[in-house]
Design a protein around this ligand. Structure first.
Ligand SMILES: *Cc1c(COP(=O)(O)O)cnc(C)c1O
Length: 370
């Protein structure tokens, strides 16, 4: 008997522990582990994930926005929290919550120093982000002198780390480009460290950097997707365990005659007698319309049931003509055997997008086997 009574996202903490240990085993013992819990812990529950990670030895946390960091502090997280992409409008509150900004341009560095000074800060921890080829966010190599000039004028801040981000660490065809990024970061890190008079923590690797580029581990690595059980590579996927499982139930079963239509815009017309199951999950829950019209499927009693017609806001209808099932039966959208990466691939996207799209109205259930 299934214990699933509605749409739920199960969060398996034993899997999280397994993934954390696996990733940690890939780096030398002195290398710190920064765990990325942005976007609600990749669509799960940032507070639950961060508390568990803090307990099992994560050294640092990272989020994208200041508001996400505040949420973690309010949940009681004590470890340092790096805000990867803060905006100056939030610098006051960022300091109030003792969050650490990644500063990526002269404009934001200047703005941050101004606010740190006005709040009488001394050696407030900051991180300097360099662009080495992703061309998304970060100082350029030739900004070093300008950064040092700004830092020399104040004692309100202290650089605790230098970071950069790899553009294609999961793509083996881009090895040359990645090695260029690593060398560029090394060179810039040395130049700025010499001028600072000490070497801050250095970090450049995301999950795929950890797995594919030991030369980019430096003394800290940042892992997001790997913690949640995905290695961007079949080889690593088998070693990791997906943390989140999305499940639901059959609300109703219908028997349709040949030639009947189903759902909005009558997008599906039956060609024969068709048994359909309606499931309480739709695009407002994170199952995008691109999964409609048989692009996506769910699993019912270990069989594939394809999505018929358009995905509705709160429901999908699936084909169960050949499946022995009844109302109330469990439905699996993804779990640790049928991973979110595989489901995502069917609609041309990636695990990251499918996971982070699961909306807050989906109930989270914590499975803690420890
Ligand atoms: C999101 C993010 C990460 C985590 O990347 P994964 O591929 O999920 O491990 C690391 N660093 C930065 C700067 C990020 O934005």
């Amino acid at each position: 008997m299934s214990n699933i009574k509605e749409t739920v996202l199960e969060i398996n903490l034993a899997h999280l522990t397994h993934n954390f240990k696996y990733l940690k085993s890939k780096v030398k013992p002195h290398v710190k582990i920064l765990t990325v819990v942005k976007a609600s812990g990749y669509g799960s529950d940032a507070s639950v994930i961060a508390k568990h990670l803090e307990k099992i030895g994560a050294d640092y946390f990272a989020v994208a926005y200041s508001s996400e960091g505040i949420q973690l502090r309010e949940a009681g997280i004590k470890a340092p929290i790096l805000v990867l992409h803060p905006q100056p409008i939030n610098f006051q509150i960022l300091i109030e919550y003792r969050l650490e900004p990644s500063l990526y341009s002269s404009r934001v560095l200047k703005e941050f120093i101004k606010i740190a000074v006005s709040r009488d800060q001394k050696d407030y921890p900051i991180h300097i982000k360099f662009n080495t080829g992703l061309n998304r966010i970060g100082f350029w190599e030739n900004d070093v002198d300008h950064i040092i000039e700004q830092l020399d004028r104040t004692s309100s801040v202290k650089v605790v780390s230098l970071l950069s981000h790899l553009a294609a660490s999961e793509d083996h065809n881009e090895r040359e480009f990645t090695l260029m990024q690593i060398n560029s970061f090394k060179k810039t890190a040395k130049e700025i460290s010499d001028k600072l008079g000490y070497t801050p923590i250095l970090h450049q690797s995301n999950t795929s950097g950890i797995l594919n580029y030991p030369e980019a581990h430096f003394n800290m690595v940042r892992t997001g997707i790997g913690l949640y059980g995905y290695g961007n590579d079949a080889k690593y996927d088998t070693e990791l365990k997906p943390v989140a499982a999305l499940k639901s139930v059959i609300s109703q079963i219908h028997m349709l005659e040949p030639g009947e239509s189903l759902g909005y815009n009558r997008a599906f017309i039956t060609s024969g007698f068709t048994k359909t199951a309606t499931i309480p999950i739709g695009h407002a829950d994170g199952i995008g319309r691109q999964y409609g019209n048989k692009k996506g499927f769910v699993t019912i009693n270990n069989k594939r049931a394809y999505i018929l017609g358009n995905v509705c806001m709160d429901m999908i209808m699936v084909d169960v003509t050949e499946i022995d099932c009844k109302e109330g039966d469990e439905v699996v959208i993804f779990d640790s055997t049928l991973s979110a990466a595989k489901i995502a691939e069917r609609s041309g996207t990636i695990s990251y997008e499918l996971l982070t799209a699961i909306s807050p109205r989906v109930k989270r259930t914590i499975i803690d086997d420890n």
